[in-house]
Design a binder for this molecule. Structure first.
Ligand code: PMP
Length: 368
């Protein structure tokens, strides 16, 4: 049986042709030396243009080009956090946040949300989780692993609470911003109550543009924070290769074309996965409005045994069983702060997805 993975965060799509062309042209033009730490002027401007198309006015000095969004977050954690600071993260959340925190000062404070409540962040619960030590509220919109998209009204209700805490920064990880289905994405910058001096956007090219291997992302934030991050980046990594920056610039400048192929396929795959999950008795899920994952609850199966007589008990064991007997990889929910669930990516070839869902259906039906 050929291996199939639904566990990866990278999609199967090719990087946009204009990215590859721009990188090759830049290499041929010998742009192979240190790039400017903060990013090329043209790419910083292209980032500003992306936000001005959404109606936001931002300046190049507010942008730092980073080697991926992960490093963007690490820069921010490094310059903003001091011992005793708290980072509030609604869960389930991408496991990378928790892993990054191991290398930063500060303590992660989970703010649990549930499938039962459609992964809504309750403003009152947010208020209860904040105090004088709270330094960062880290939102992910659209969410990974939930696919949850926050509406303008929801974001504004959250900002009303965060604005009561002058020491607090809101970081909005918007790396899946172009990947939406049923409703449009709301940039947090467009919300009433968005205080530019306390609001930071993290974004990148890995997801929307299938460019995870190029390692490029950016931070958009207040000048003083960006200055500190430039200093940190200059003294640790330096600037990104110019040919990578030119690839990213070209992609942003032609973003509609770059997104053309991917979005309709993802929309179809989403339907396919939803239909397969609907046919699995006892499996419940939130229909993702963005990103490319489902995060179903498999608890109804975890009291069962494998046909080989092994107890399951956790979605980690369920993942092991599917891997061993069906050559199918899924990402257990424990890593995301939601045991019993598992993250399934639908950003794979449609035929493989069909086959994966057949294997999953069969695997679950054979549990006793
Ligand atoms: N934030 C979120 C929510 C992600 O899902 C990921 C990748 N899985 C990242 C950041 C990191 O992305 P990058 O490849 O840009 O470092």
């Amino acid at each position: 049986m050929e291996p199939i993975t639904l566990a990866s965060g990278a999609s199967y799509f090719k990087s946009p042709a204009m990215a590859t062309t721009a990188a090759i042209d830049a290499l041929n033009a010998n742009k192979t030396f240190y790039g400017p730490t903060e990013g090329t002027a043209a790419l910083r401007q292209a980032v500003c243009d992306k936000y001005s198309r959404q109606g936001q006015s931002v300046q190049p000095e507010q942008v730092l080009i980073t080697p991926g969004s992960k490093q963007a977050l690490f820069n921010l954690f490094s310059v903003l956090l001091r011992q005793g600071d708290e980072v509030v993260i609604p869960t389930p959340a991408w496991f990378g946040f928790h892993e990054l925190m191991k290398y930063s000062c500060g303590t992660l404070v989970p703010l649990p949300t549930t499938l039962h409540d459609n992964y809504r962040i309750c403003p009152e619960k947010l208020r209860q989780s904040l105090n004088g030590n709270s330094r960062i509220l880290l939102l992910t919109n659209p969410g990974n692993p939930t696919g949850r998209l926050y509406s303008k009204a929801e974001l504004e209700a959250l900002l009303e609470v965060t604005n009561e805490f002058p020491n607090l920064y809101v970081i909005s990880d918007e790396i899946y911003d172009h990947i939406t289905y049923s409703q449009p994405f709301t940039p947090i910058l467009s919300c009433v109550g968005a205080k530019k001096e306390k609001l930071i956007i993290v974004n990148g090219f890995s997801k929307s543009f299938a460019m995870s291997g190029w390692r490029i992302g950016f931070i958009l934030g207040p000048d003083d924070v960006i200055k500190k991050c430039i200093d940190f980046q200059g003294n640790t990594l330096s600037g990104l290769p110019e040919f990578v920056q030119e690839a990213a610039q070209s992609t942003l400048e032609q973003s509609d074309e770059a997104l053309e192929e991917m979005l309709p396929i993802l929309a179809q795959n989403r339907q396919l996965m939803a239909a397969a999950l609907d046919a699995m008795p006892g499996v419940t899920y939130y229909l993702p409005e963005g990103a490319y994952y489902f995060f179903p609850d498999f608890s109804a199966y975890l009291h069962k045994k494998t046909p080989q007589g092994e107890e399951l008990g956790t979605s980690i064991k369920l993942a092991e069983y599917l891997q061993e007997h069906y050559n199918l990889a899924i990402a257990p929910g424990d890593k995301f702060g939601s045991p019993g669930h598992a993250r399934l990516s639908f950003a794979i070839e449609p035929e493989k997805l069909q086959e994966a869902m057949e294997r999953l259906t069969q695997g679950l039906s054979e549990l006793v």
